[in-house]
Design a protein around this ligand. Structure first.
Ligand code: AR6
Length: 177
C-alpha cells in the first residue's frame, strides 16, 4: 500500500479488487456507454451489486466518454457507485483529456453527494486499451488539478488489479504529489 497525505486528503494506492472495499462510501465503475453488465470492472460491479443496479442505470444511459453518473450501491457494502465511461484508446480523442474528465467528473459527483471516501479502478486500461504508464500519469495529474475543489472527500483510493499496475501508479503518485 502507498499512502500520501495532502492537506486533509489521504491518497491511497493498493493492489486489490474494486468490489471488495467495504470501508469506502463509493466506488467508481469503469462502465460501458449503456451502463450494463460487461467484462472486467463493469462485470464485477454489476455481479456484486445485483440486478437492481441495471434497473437504476437504464434511464441514465447512454453516457459519453468522460461523463459520470451516480447510483446507489445496492448489494455492495458501498452506499454509492459512480459510473464513468473511459475513452477507447485510439478512437475517442483527445484521450488524455477524456480520461482526465472521467476522474474529475467522478470527483465532482462525489463532492456534490458529500461522499467522504471514494475508490477508483484504472479506467480505460483494460478492454479500452489505454497504455498503463500514460494512464497513470494522466490520472495523477487530473487528481492533482482537482485538489483545490475538494471539500468533503477525505480519502481517495486507487485499486489496481495486479502488482505491476500498482507499481506504475505508485511511481507516478510519488512523482506528482
Ligand atoms: N478490481 C479492480 N480492477 C479491475 C477489476 C477489479 N475487479 N477487474 C479488472 N480490473 P476494464 P476499461 C482492472 O476492462 O478498460 C468492460 O467490459 C483491469 O485489469 O474493466 O475502462 C465494460 O463493459 C484494468 O486495468 O475497463 C466496457 O465495455 C482496469 O481494471 C469496457 O470493459 C480497467 O479494465 C471498459 O473498459
Amino acid at each position: 500500500m502507498y499512502k500520501v497525505k495532502i492537506n486533509g486528503l489521504t491518497l491511497e494506492i493498493i493492489q486489490g479488487n474494486i468490489v471488495k472495499q467495504p470501508d469506502l462510501d463509493g466506488i467508481v465503475n469503469a462502465a460501458n456507454a449503456e451502463l450494463k453488465i460487461g467484462g472486467g470492472v463493469a462485470g464485477a460491479v454489476h455481479k456484486a451489486a445485483g440486478p437492481d443496479l441495471t434497473e437504476e442505470t437504464r434511464p441514465l444511459a447512454p453516457i459519453e466518454p468522460g461523463e459520470a453518473v451516480i447510483t446507489g450501491g445496492h448489494n455492495l457494502e458501498n452506499s454509492y457507485i459512480i459510473h464513468t465511461l473511459g475513452p477507447v484508446y485510439g478512437k475517442d480523442k483527445p484521450e488524455d483529456k477524456l480520461l482526465g474528465d472521467c476522474y474529475q467528473n467522478s470527483l465532482k459527483i462525489a463532492e456534490d453527494n458529500k461522499l467522504k471516501s471514494l475508490g477508483f479502478p484504472a479506467i480505460s486500461t483494460g478492454a479500452f486499451g489505454y497504455p498503463i504508464e500514460s494512464a497513470a500519469e494522466v490520472t495523477m495529474k487530473a487528481i492533482k488539478d482537482y485538489l483545490d475543489k475538494i471539500n468533503y472527500l477525505g480519502k481517495i483510493r486507487f485499486v489496481l488489479f495486479n502488482e505491476s499496475d500498482f507499481e506504475i501508479y505508485k511511481n507516478y503518485a510519488e512523482k506528482i504529489f
